[in-house]
Design a protein around this ligand. Structure first.
Ligand code: X2X
Length: 333
């Protein structure tokens, strides 16, 4: 009965009927951070522009996965998360290939980073990988250049990291990078990192200084920062494929444009904070070291083998494309 009656109805009729009352979006950090703010802006734009038909609710602190941010992508595939606004480094146990932008020093300045993340050759292939992995990619923001901080001493050369216990996110590549840099890595979620720093269970962490400031990491005994710009992940806005396919083409267009607009605002915010971060961190009494060109080269040499291994471990073809685009951007000086 029901099935026969439904035959001949346009597809959007089913799609409309299938809309959920709430679409769950995971972010690691809340809107007090630029990254969480990007998620908030996105949700608000979608709500406004769909007249509330698509209601994206933000769950910061990766609370949909009990704070275990490395489970986000798998949870998206299981239907627990509908909307991703996250850093692929957190998902490297699930989708390694999405980590191509975070190889050590692959995009060492905003000029090369912008060139890569706006290159159609790079992004078409990257978005295809996201689709194959189970999500519809919409836009990319920026999580920010990650800088190391620690409680022990100024870090100017790989030897300075000897014996220092560094908290890193659950990415095996970051663990290897930190070992290459001379440190002693330990994997931990963001939720666990803060108490571990406070108790002295770990000596060091690495995060964008915007995050350092918003989370008041200086109150956790972190007295020394090195601004080495070694890795800057994208902030990927994406929708679980089954959810995306429920939406009408008109709504898909609205949601995609909302993500693009949110990403633009989010990047502008990250850049503004990046421009003032050294001054603000120093004002807290934290010593900030800006590496010389020679020091910077020493870090790069220390991570060269790890870079080569993870080029293959992520997606060698796509990394080559990113390298070419970055090279050209640098050439433009
Ligand atoms: O946990 C971190 O360090 C954070 C917030 O930067 C990420 O989610 C990668």
């Amino acid at each position: 009965g029901g099935t026969a009656a439904a035959v001949g109805l346009p597809r959007y009729a089913f799609a409309q009927a299938a809309y959920k009352a709430e679409y769950k979006m995971s972010t690691v950090v809340p809107p007090a951070f630029a990254w969480g703010k990007g998620g908030e802006i996105f949700g608000n734009l979608v709500r406004e522009r769909t007249g509330g038909r698509i209601n994206i609710k933000q769950y910061p602190g990766s609370s949909l996965v009990q704070g275990q941010q490395d489970r986000e992508f798998a949870a998206m595939r299981q239907g627990i998360i509908d909307v991703l606004c996250g850093a692929p480094i957190n998902w490297s146990g699930t989708v390694r290939e999405l980590g191509v932008f975070t190889l050590p020093f692959i995009l060492p300045d905003h000029k090369s980073w912008d060139a890569a993340t706006t290159s159609p050759a790079v992004m078409d292939e990257y978005f295809e990988l996201v689709r194959k992995a189970g999500a519809e990619p919409l836009a990319v923001g920026e999580t920010g250049y990650r800088q190391i901080s620690n409680s022990k001493r100024p870090i100017k050369a790989p030897d300075d990291l000897k014996g220092i216990k560094v908290r890193v996110v659950g990415s095996p590549m970051y663990g290897e990078i930190m070992t290459g840099m001379g440190g002693n890595p330990t994997f931990m979620s963001w939720a666990d990192a803060q108490p571990a720093l406070a108790s002295g269970a770990v000596d060091a962490q690495e995060n964008p200084l915007e995050v350092f400031l918003a989370a008041k990491i200086h109150t956790l005994g972190q007295k020394f920062v090195t601004k080495w710009n070694y890795s800057n992940d994208i902030l990927l806005f994406a929708i679980a494929q089954p959810v995306w396919q429920q939406w009408t083409a008109a709504d898909q267009k609205i949601v995609r444009e909302a993500a693009q607009d949110a990403a633009k605002q989010q990047v502008a915010l990250v850049r503004k904070l990046f421009a003032e971060d050294v001054e603000r961190v120093r004002a807290l009494g934290v010593e900030v070291h800006i590496p010389s060109a020679a020091e910077q080269q020493a870090w790069q040499i220390a991570t060269r083998r790890i870079y080569a291994r993870w080029k293959v471990g992520t997606h060698a073809g796509l990394v080559s494309k990113i390298e070419q685009v970055a090279e050209k951007a640098r050439g433009k000086g």
